[in-house]
Design a protein around this ligand. Structure first.
Ligand code: 13P
Length: 251
């Protein structure tokens, strides 16, 4: 049985005060059975982990593929994230792929770097609207996932998480239908199963893209949906907690 997981990706939002109060509210009211992870902006990680790292999981929104020490101005190593108490690192978010030109090889290197430092990678995959309309969704998912499986090995997916985030659903208010989500998730699981059936059965696959309190339960009720990666709605404690409660009700 895979434990439901709800993660909040704050992207580049907030202030220190807002971060502390949001995480305080989430930590106080999160449901028991669901795992909750927060990806705040880097500067807020340390104070948030000090305050609430005992009840919530934390991670970096990105991680360098390079080892430290090294002359990599502006980069944050996986070892640094681990050092301050992060358990997780988000890799391959579509905004990194699109705006920072991260390709599958770099994403795979980040995944491997996170793993090597003892972090759990949360690998984001997903197609554009054009790719879906052209019938290429499965080809895109295969390319994105295979690059990581080939580079890091299927064993590296033990405890890792895959987040299916169709780009056309991110921040648009257009959520993928439960059927579209289930289809993509079951396809992702079949790709993992080609490497190792047992690991495929254990790997949690999250959905991300305009998840709100009103649509969370029906999405999380799908057989291969193990929770969500939440953007906009993770910036409001009530909304995020309602989404966590929806995951709990589907557990
Ligand atoms: P939204 O929930 O705002 O659509 O963002 C999803 C996302 O990109 C989470 O990583």
């Amino acid at each position: 049985m895979r434990r439901k997981l709800v993660a909040g990706n704050w992207k580049m939002h907030g202030t220190r005060d807002m971060a502390l109060s949001l995480v305080r509210d989430i930590a106080a009211k999160q449901p028991d059975g669901t795992e909750v992870v927060v990806f705040p902006p880097f500067p807020y990680l340390d104070p948030l982990i000090r305050a609430h790292g005992d009840v919530l999981g934390f991670g970096g929104q990105d991680v360098s593929e390079h080892d430290q020490p090294g002359a990599w101005t502006g980069e944050i190593s996986a070892a640094m994230l681990e050092d301050i108490g992060c358990a997780w690192a988000l890799v391959g978010h579509s905004e990194r792929r699109q705006h920072h030109h991260e390709g599958n090889a770099q994403v795979a290197a980040k995944f491997a770097a996170a793993r090597q430092a003892g972090l759990l990678p949360m690998l984001c995959v997903g197609e554009t609207k054009e790719q879906r309309d052209a019938g290429c969704t499965e080809a895109v998912l295969t390319e994105q996932l295979s690059a990581v499986i080939e580079a890091a090995g299927i064993e590296a997916f033990r405890d890792a998480v895959v987040a299916y985030e169709p780009i056309w659903a991110i921040g648009t208010g257009t959520t993928a239908t439960p059927e579209q989500v289930q289809q993509a998730h079951s396809f992702i699981r079949s790709l993992l199963a080609a490497g190792d059936a047992k690991i495929s059965g254990l790997t949690r696959v999250l959905y991300g893209g305009s998840v709100k309190p009103a649509n969370a339960a029906v999405l999380f009720a799908q057989a291969d949906v193990d929770g969500g990666l939440i953007g906009g709605a993770s910036l409001t404690a009530d909304d995020f907690l309602a989404i966590c409660a929806a995951a709990q009700s589907c557990a």
